[in-house]
Design a protein around this ligand. Sequence first.
Ligand SMILES: Cc1cc2nc3c(=O)[nH]c(=O)nc-3n(C[C@H](O)[C@H](O)[C@H](O)COP(=O)(O)OP(=O)(O)OC[C@H]3O[C@@H](n4cnc5c(N)ncnc54)[C@H](O)[C@@H]3O)c2cc1C
Length: 426
Amino acid sequence: MGGLFAARVLADHFDEVLVIDRDHQPTMAQPRGGVPQGSHFHVLLPGGMEAMTGWFPGFDDDLIEAGSIPMMGGRDFYAYTNEGKSYSLQSYQPEPMDFGIMYVQTRPLLELCVRRRVQSLPNVRFQYRTIVDEAIFVDGRVRGLTVRDGDQVASDLVIDASGRNSCTVRWLPAIGYEAAPETYVNCDVHYASVLLQPHNWDAFDGVVFFTMPSGTGEHGARIGTLVKLDGGRWLAGLGGRYGDAPPTDWEGFRAFGKTLPYAIWDELVDTAEPLGAIAPYRLPRAVRRHYERLDRFPEGLLPIGDASCFFNPTHGQGMSSAAGQCRGLQDVLDRRAADDLGLDGLAAEFFPVAADWVRGPWIMAAVSDFTNPNCTGDFPMEDLADLEQLGALAASLDTNPAAAGLVIGISTLQLPLSAVRQALPA
Ligand SMILES: Cc1cc2nc3c(=O)[nH]c(=O)nc-3n(C[C@H](O)[C@H](O)[C@H](O)COP(=O)(O)OP(=O)(O)OC[C@H]3O[C@@H](n4cnc5c(N)ncnc54)[C@H](O)[C@@H]3O)c2cc1C
């Protein structure tokens, strides 16, 4: 997803953009090997959607035509919490609110719609079934790639959007550069998801609900999700933490679901049939790679998306953060083009901008993750001042309604965290 966004941004600035992927060309909205997380529900936050409609005018129509379900954020997306049914996942909101239209679809369907738009750009080519091996490094800059069959691809700029097992991590020591310092949050999440054929698709109101962790007892960290999808299907998901993995056999999956603190998930799943295998996923830790802290970095290479930061997926931020980083790249390239600057110094200018788009979601997720007593890692102390400012603004909305746009914009990844400083007195 990050690679597709980056291709769209680069297409405005380069004669030719080549997207290389190890997988075959997806022609249908099906999970694929290179994106194993694709079987699990992917929330598309407003920040990601805003970026996509900016790059691809009319993208919302594409989604609806392809089968996405439009819904009102704050009304059709809700949670069962200890306090009761809540229309916000962050705090208890007993009454529906209007957070604007959101779109619900499988991750492969969203990716297919983005891919079609990028494929239609005249200066973008795709090369599938091609594994990238090494960076070609000459005189302090990356000048292209070698791929698995030994071929070389020359390039002025390489974007590494290879996901969390990022190529850049492997390449830097091999070409004599230090690895980026990393911070971790040991969130250890276990997911299991399955498509269902329900007898009555409309058996629950709204489009998506979560059962939130009760926080107490043996199963206090378990969560469940139920999502309405195109084709009259539901997607059912279960989650556990710290070694508590939902089983991948139907009986075990149902038994795990019965331990959720709200019976509604299991009562509804009981009225449906599984449509295929149950897909598992484990993410032991969220990792942020601080490229902005490096003194030296090779010209001609930029890691983006999960390659630079991957989050605890429970918070639904990864795709929108990748989109934010690519918005940052777009701004930097536009500025440099206006000043007739070349590519030298691009990484040094881009990394702090990308880091600003990553900081907000990272610390919001980390602060939430550290409320679990099993969570270890690096608490983001250095960024807390901005988070506290955001919290103070959120608390002041009754008397300062003008701040609402800022609070919602940062929380939904439409704005980078530094935007909070606009609200500080001069
Ligand atoms: C279980 C789970 C649930 C998630 N839920 C959400 C959610 O609700 N909302 C959200 O916004 N995000 C979610 N995410 C995060 C989201 O999937 C990623 O943040 C997002 O896909 C951006 O990743 P990316 O483009 O950087 O990498 P990826 O999407 O992982 O893509 C990496 C690409 O690189 C290719 N590749 C890798 N290595 C090579 C190589 N050597 N040569 C050639 N090609 C290569 C792969 O085939 C793939 O196409 C979730 C993640 C997980 C694990």
